[in-house]
Design a protein around this ligand. Structure first.
Ligand SMILES: Nc1ncnc2c1ncn2[C@@H]1O[C@H](COP(=O)(O)OP(=O)(O)OP(=O)(O)O)[C@@H](O)[C@H]1O
Length: 295
């Protein structure tokens, strides 16, 4: 039977001197675009490197396409296209030289697709990569990632350094790419507007912890920003919120149980649709508060 999840992390542990992923588990669905969000230094690149076997977990299991890296590294890598935020090119090479080097690694390298992207992105084939602008390097990286019929495309901040128009075009391109239902895209970004038109699922992490992987429909149904007067808050009602921001004029808070808050407060509060930034901001605030209370 075909696996529903292309990426699975089971109780993964990875410790650095000042950072730790503990018991990290998540599943990423096949055939969809998942946007990967979280603040600076919360572990996104580390998780992406673990997915690519560029880092190995201290313990726990990672499977890609239902396969483990120990026995199936070659097969898994054939089926992945990746864009990392560290530069992966030999900068002294031209794009043609780089392509000739990379294509040997891929059984399904498609020269026609490669040339198509080179034209679409207007990339110079004979110029040394070290003379490329940041955006050109990103486009070259994408071109290589998309030219071997990968089933899973993993990208670490692919839109950083790209102008807003190309960012939007790239999102459209990625959207078209997954229309056949067989491809999966997983990418990290700090730009949540990138995600609005293209992501089906959002994976949100904070300080090495998996907060959620949910689709937009679930997020809209469950989460809400609630605004009201301070007189509505007491020890019990405050428990209903992930975090609360108070000002002399009232409070603003995030709930992940919109319906319950609606039932409790009825029309005494304003209930609004949260942005992803609202969810990230209040969740971080709530976790910090929780840690302080438990200290
Ligand atoms: N090889 C390493 N050795 C030691 N610490 C590391 C190593 N790689 C990452 N870290 C630490 O792990 C933490 C998470 O880093 P990571 O790059 O995964 O975060 P990120 O979410 O991708 O951040 P950003 O959004 O700022 O790029 C940081 O504190 C970082 O210093």
């Amino acid at each position: 039977m075909e696996k529903e999840h292309v990426i699975e992390f089971r109780n993964v542990h990875k410790a650095f001197e000042n950072f730790c992923l503990t018991n990290f588990s998540m599943n990423i669905k096949k055939g969809y675009v998942t946007g990967f969000i979280g603040g600076n230094g919360v572990g996104k690149s580390t998780i992406i490197k673990l997915m690519m076997n560029l880092l190995q977990p201290d313990s726990g299991e990672i499977s890609i396409f239902g396969l483990g890296y120990k026995e199936h590294e070659k097969e898994i890598k054939q089926r992945i296209g990746f864009v990392l935020d560290d530069n992966i090119f030999y900068e002294e090479l031209t794009l043609t030289e780089m392509k000739n080097f990379v294509k040997k690694a891929y059984v399904h390298w498609d020269e026609h697709v490669f040339q198509g992207y080179v034209q679409e992105f207007n990339l110079p084939l004979k110029q040394k990569i070290k003379t490329f602008s940041k955006g050109m390097k990103m486009k070259a990286s994408l071109t290589i990632a998309l030219s071997h019929h990968a089933e899973l495309i993993i990208m670490d901040e692919p839109t950083s350094g790209l102008d807003p128009i190309f960012r939007r075009e790239l999102m459209e391109m990625l959207h078209n790419l997954i229309q056949d239902g067989n491809k999966t895209i997983f990418f990290s970004t700090h730009n949540t507007t990138d995600l609005m038109n293209i992501a089906d699922y959002i994976t949100f992490i904070h300080n090495g912890e998996h907060i959620f992987t949910k689709n937009f429909y679930e997020i809209e149904e469950q989460y809400a920003v609630v605004k009201g007067g301070l007189e509505l808050l007491d020890r019990d009602t405050e428990q209903e919120f992930i975090a609360i921001q108070k000002s002399p004029f009232g409070f603003e808070a995030l709930t992940c149980n919109r319906k319950r808050v609606q039932d409790i407060f009825e029309d005494m509060v304003l209930i609004e649709k949260p942005t992803l930034e609202d969810i990230m901001y209040f969740t971080k605030k709530g976790l910090i508060r929780h840690a302080e209370l438990n200290r």
